[in-house]
Design a protein around this ligand. Structure first.
Ligand SMILES: Cc1ncc(COP(=O)(O)O)c(C=O)c1O
Length: 393
């Protein structure tokens, strides 16, 4: 089993002078995966036209390769996330996957997309963009505060659905509040009410066990460049067979109306190396030992959150079952309450203390979200707790 902690930092190209507690935001690609990606690029470069037109995917006017490289990569990822490769297509990021779904659905007057106030803001904007002009609207429902427990989250979401709700977009792991939502229960309740669900699993693959087919949503979108250790830009969109027809990529190209995987596998000439290297991201994680890694990360996030809250005299209320490998902890009132205060503290932590960590402004106060990864260790959260405490008053 791997020895987690600072000794493992050498596996990533991170600046050793920075305490990096922000793995989840845009991901950090391990050196081994970067090397794999470079090898793929070199393979492509030997004869780019041959690779792109004859090996990568099934294209409309070229002889179909027996094993298109993208389909092989999709199979490899699907096997790790509980999905058939044929139901999974690569996209540049979760945002692109959500946009694809939103733009493929017909919106009419009075139709409603429901999002939650713990959802990722960019996706609410994407929903806003497709409803504009169609007379449809986006409604945001408020979720309980951390500590309310899984039942309260399910109830809040279910009670927020209405007769005109045509789509629920809900996070599997929320971004700012870093909570693992009881997604299977949410999806089951939506199915009972005939409300289609798009799950945003941006923070899930590689961070915890994932079985997409068991969740049973209508669409599942995720990033692999966050916790899946794939190079940026790498995400996927999963759709079960009954949701594939009429589902178009965010960039429409030659494949229009030729089938789900064909449409998405060619969105014009682009660098496919992040997608082809995605299986190497999972192989890297597996080499660390997934169960041991997840246990370590959870221990760091859960333990670190308590260390910080105790040092600052604030209340970390989340229940343990809703914490994975990130935790969002309230800062003391003395840290301020405005977006400017948040930015000032974030800058001070980075430029004076050499700690990379997001500071969020929500619910009238400031919060800090810490991530936990193989290269982190408990004393880094203690250092953050001290650094913030030293700035008080
Ligand atoms: C919950 C959630 N969804 C979506 C995204 C968007 O990810 P990307 O910018 O890779 O599309 C993020 C980014 O942090 C996120 O936290």
């Amino acid at each position: 089993m791997a020895q987690f902690g600072r000794a493992m930092l050498a596996e990533w190209p991170l600046d050793p002078d920075i305490t990096y507690l922000n793995h989840g935001t845009v991901g950090v690609t391990p050196r081994a995966v970067m090397a794999k990606q470079q090898a793929i690029r070199e393979r492509i470069a030997r004869n780019p036209a041959q690779f792109m037109f004859r090996e990568l995917a099934r294209l409309h006017d070229m002889p179909a390769p027996e094993f298109p490289a993208l389909r092989a990569a999709a199979e490899a990822i699907g096997a790790r996330v509980g999905a058939r490769g044929d139901d999974l297509v690569f996209v540049d990021n979760a945002t692109a996957g959500v946009n694809a779904v939103l733009r493929s659905l017909p919106w009419g007057p009075g139709d409603e997309i429901v999002v939650t106030d713990h959802g990722y803001g960019a996706l609410a904007r994407a929903a806003d963009a497709v409803t504009r002009g169609a007379g449809a609207l986006v409604r945001t429902i408020a979720l309980p505060r951390a500590g309310a427990g899984a039942d309260a989250y399910v109830a809040a979401i279910v009670n927020g659905l209405g007769a005109r709700t045509r789509l629920l977009i809900v996070d599997h792991v929320t971004s700012g509040s870093a909570l693992v939502l009881p997604i299977e229960r949410v999806v089951a309740e939506c199915r009972r009410r005939d409300v289609p669900v798009l799950v945003d699993g941006a923070h899930v693959p590689g961070a915890m066990p994932l079985d997409i087919e068991t969740i049973g949503a209508d669409w599942y979108v995720a990033n692999l460049h966050k916790w899946g250790m794939a190079p940026r830009s790498c995400g996927f969109l999963w759709a079960p067979p009954h949701r594939q027809s009429g589902l178009h990529p965010p960039v429409v190209s030659w494949g229009l109306d030729t089938g789900f995987t064909r449409e998405f596998d060619w969105m014009g000439t682009r660098d496919p190396s992040p997608w082809l290297a995605a299986p190497a991201g999972f192989e890297f994680l597996e080499s660390l030992g997934l169960d041991a890694l997840w246990k370590w990360n959870h221990m760091l996030a859960w333990g670190g959150a308590h260390v910080m809250a105790a040092r600052w005299g604030t209340a970390f209320e989340a229940s343990e079952s809703m914490i994975g490998c990130m935790a969002t902890v309230p800062l003391p009132a003395s840290a301020g309450s405005s977006p400017e205060d948040a930015q000032r503290l974030r800058d001070a932590l980075l430029f004076e203390e050499r700690i990379e960590v997001p500071v969020l402004c929500r619910d009238g106060g400031l919060w800090i979200r810490v991530c936990a990864q193989a290269y982190n260790e408990p004393r880094e959260y203690e250092r953050l707790a001290e650094a913030v405490a030293a700035r008080r008053g």
